[in-house]
Structures are given as C-alpha cells and as structure tokens.
Design a protein around this ligand. Structure first.
Ligand SMILES: [Zn+2]
Length: 228
C-alpha cells in the first residue's frame, strides 16, 4: 500500500469518527471505529482516549489483526480485539463501529432485543437486533459472544455495554450505527405508548434479498430475518 493510499484511508477513519461524534453516537473517550486494510490482515483504528474533535490522521493506529502495532504515535483503542476478532470471523467486513450511543445502551442494559419494526431494518441490518451474552470487555469471550450474537446480521446490542455494527464499507457501517440507535429509540418510545408491533416475516423476502445482495457481510448460507 502506498503512502498516499494509507493517508487517504486514515482520512476516511478520521472523518468518519468525527461524523459519528457530531451525530451524538459517541462521546469523547468512548466508542471506536476501524477500517480493514486491503491485504485483509491489518486495520486502521481510532486511538485510546480518543477526543474526536481533535483527532488527526497521525493519531490513527495501523495494526495487524493479531495485535501487532505497525505505525502510530498513539496506543490503539483498548477494544481493538473486538474489531480484529470480527474481521477475522467475517472476511467480508470492511468497517466496524462500536458505540455506547444512549438508546442502544439503554436497550443493552435492559437486555431487550429489538424486533423487526421497520423495513429499513431488514434491508440494512438483516432483521431483528440481537443482544449478546454478557462478558467482560477486552476478553476473548467478549468477542466470541458478539460474533455469535451477530449471526448473519450487521449489528447487535452488547449486554450492559452498547452496540457494534459492521459493513461492507465505512459508509455502510455509519448507516448501521445510526440505524441501531434510531431503532432503539423507536422501541423505547413505542414501549412507553403501549408496546411495539413487529413486522411479520412474511413481508420480508424482498427486503432480505436487498440485504443479501447489497449489505450482508456474513458467510452463512441461511439468510436472516426475524428471530426463529
Ligand atoms: Zn465499549
């Protein structure tokens, strides 16, 4: 990879980090985003103690998926293992975003799965939003639980922690992160008004096709939709 190309990709990570900060999906010192590099064994990831407003290209950490640092003036996010484990488990994933966005974190603390509420959810995320089993952050078990809960979908809630999404591109991942937060807010609000009514699986096939063709990052044979 040329230096110019690496600089271009670092800028994508910087701009995307500022984007999710401006959208209120992350706050200073929390959340993290990464981009897989072309050789598929490396990633660019935001640093630990990340203050989004001041983030610069040189702060972005280039590292191997096995944890070896390649170049940076900063330490990587303490949650880098979560990102690298998702990349290793899912070869089609190009970008990962992890947030503690407010409504998603409320749902994760309550450990409430979000059923299929809107069609957009099926197209981008592949169906309902699952909740992973609890494990301490930064551990292998934490990653294992996340990968298991992801199944064939693109985003989940992590028990008592927040949310994680993955996409075929950084643009997709940003869309997923926004969507999970919006869905958590819709579910929370509708519950206050008497409860949600989920969309029937029967109405999903055309949207599942769209998901599989344009947004899916899994390698499973069976497509996702509502919880079986
Ligand atoms: Zn976290």
């Amino acid at each position: 990879m040329s230096l110019i190309e690496e600089e271009r990709l670092r800028l994508i990570v910087v701009n995307s980090a500022k984007n999710i900060y401006q959208k209120g999906l992350v706050q200073a010192g929390e959340g993290n985003i990464s981009l897989r590099l072309e050789n598929k064994n490396e990633m660019l990831i935001t640093p630990t103690f990340n203050t989004y407003e001041e983030l610069e290209k040189a702060d972005i950490v280039r590292m191997k998926l096995n944890g070896t640092l390649i170049s940076s003036s900063r330490k990587p996010s303490s949650e880098y293992r979560l990102h690298s484990d998702v990349y290793r488990a899912r070869p089609r994933v190009k970008a990962v975003i992890h947030t503690h966005s407010p409504y998603a974190t409320i749902m994760s603390a309550a450990r409430i799965k979000i059923p299929v509420l809107i069609e957009e959810q099926v197209i981008f995320l592949g169906g309902f939003v699952n909740v992973s089993e609890f494990a301490s952050a930064h551990t292998h078990e934490f990653s294992e639980n996340v990968i298991k809960a992801l199944g064939s979908r693109n985003g989940i809630l992590m028990a008592n922690h927040g949310c994680i999404v993955c996409g075929r591109s950084m643009k997709h991942a940003i869309k997923m992160a926004e969507l999970v937060e919006k869905l958590a807010m819709i579910h929370y609000g509708a519950t206050q008004m008497g409860g949600t009514v989920s969309i029937s699986e029967k109405s999903c096939p055309m949207f599942i096709d769209d998901f599989e063709e344009n947004f899916a990052t899994h390698t499973n044979k069976a497509p996702a939709c509502e919880e079986k």
